[in-house]
Design a protein around this ligand. Structure first.
Ligand SMILES: Nc1ncnc2c1ncn2[C@@H]1O[C@H](COP(=O)(O)OP(=O)(O)OP(=O)(O)O)[C@@H](O)[C@H]1O
Ligand SMILES: [Mg+2]
Length: 247
C-alpha cells in the first residue's frame, strides 16, 4: 500500500514520516499486541493518530490478523456486534438473538489471536465499550485491542472503570513541536526539502501549529501556488496566499 492511501487530501509525492509520536506508537502497539492487551491512543484532531496506527499495524508480523472497525456515530451493543460480524468476514446472516450472536463472535474469536483497531472510539458509549471488554475478558479469545480517538475518547473511557482499569497503555498523541517540524516537514514533501527553515517555521507558527492535517492541506495549496506562479521554491508570499485558503 502506498503512503498516499492514508492521506487526508490527495497529495502526490507525500511520504509518511517518522514522528516521535509515531515511534512511541510503534513501541506501544508492538507491546500491546505481544501481551494481547488493550491500549488507548487519544489526542487532537489531525495530529496523525489514524495514520500512525495504520502504519504501525502494517509493520507487525505478516501472520498477525488485524481487523479495523471505525465508528461514525454512537453505536449500541447491537451495532457493535454487527460491525464485528462484518469486520471478521463471517459467513451467512448475522444471528437474530443477542445470545446466539455473542456465541458466534466468541467462537470466531477463539480460532486464533486477533488484533482490533477501533478508530473514532470517542463515539463509543459505556454499553459499546462494555461489549469490547466482555469479548476481551472471555478466556477463549486472544484479543489485542487498540482504541484510537479524539480528545473526548480519554474522558469517555475514564468513565468506564471496568474497561479503563484494563487498559495496558495510554498514549496521548500531541502536536509536532517547532523543532520537530524542522526535522520532519522537509522529509514529508519535496516542496519543503529545499525550503528555507525560516519559511517552514513561519508556516508552522502562522498556520499549521504542529497539526499534521494542517501541514498536509498547506502543502497542497502551496504546491498549487508553485505550479501557478512557476516559482522554483517556496517563499513567504506564496505561503501567505496558501494561509488565506486555510481560514
Ligand atoms: N506521520 C505522518 N507522515 C505523513 N503524513 C502524516 C503523518 N501523520 C499525519 N499525516 C497527514 O495528516 C493527516 C491527518 O492525520 P490523521 O488522519 O492520522 O489524524 P488523526 O489524528 O487520526 O485525526 P482525527 O482525530 O481527526 O481522526 C493525514 O491524512 C496525513 O495527510
Ligand atoms: Mg483519525
Amino acid at each position: 500500500m502506498t503512503a498516499a492511501t492514508y492521506q487526508y487530501v490527495d497529495l502526490p509525492d507525500a511520504s509518511v514520516v517518522t514522528t516521535r509520536a509515531l515511534l512511541t506508537a510503534r513501541e506501544n502497539i508492538g507491546d500491546t499486541v505481544a501481551a494481547r492487551a488493550m491500549m488507548c491512543i487519544h489526542g487532537g484532531a489531525g495530529f496523525g493518530k489514524t495514520l500512525a496506527v495504520n502504519t504501525c499495524l502494517r509493520e507487525l508480523e505478516p501472520g498477525e490478523d488485524v481487523r479495523k472497525i471505525t465508528f461514525r456515530a454512537r453505536p449500541t451493543a447491537r451495532a457493535v456486534r454487527y460491525e464485528l460480524f462484518t469486520a471478521l468476514d463471517l459467513a451467512g446472516e448475522p444471528p437474530r438473538h443477542p445470545s446466539e450472536f455473542d456465541r458466534l463472535l466468541k467462537t470466531a474469536l477463539a480460532e486464533r489471536p486477533r488484533t482490533f483497531l477501533v478508530d473514532e472510539a470517542q463515539w463509543l458509549n459505556g454499553e459499546a465499550f462494555e461489549y469490547f471488554r466482555y469479548l476481551w475478558d472471555e478466556p477463549s479469545t486472544q484479543l489485542a485491542i487498540i482504541f484510537v480517538g479524539g480528545e473526548g475518547c480519554h474522558t469517555v473511557l475514564r468513565r468506564e472503570p471496568m474497561l479503563s482499569s484494563r487498559i495496558f497503555i495510554w498514549q496521548h498523541f500531541t502536536r509536532l513541536t517547532p523543532d520537530e517540524v524542522l526535522d520532519v516537514i522537509p522529509l514529508f514533501h519535496p516542496i519543503w526539502a529545499d525550503a528555507d527553515p525560516d519559511d517552514i517555521t513561519f508556516a508552522d507558527s502562522h498556520a499549521a501549529h504542529g497539526t499534521f492535517r494542517a501541514w498536509a492541506q498547506l502543502t497542497a495549496h502551496t504546491r498549487t501556488a508553485l505550479a501557478r506562479t512557476g516559482r522554483p521554491r517556496v517563499d513567504q508570499e506564496l505561503l501567505r496566499w496558501a494561509f488565506s485558503r486555510l481560514g
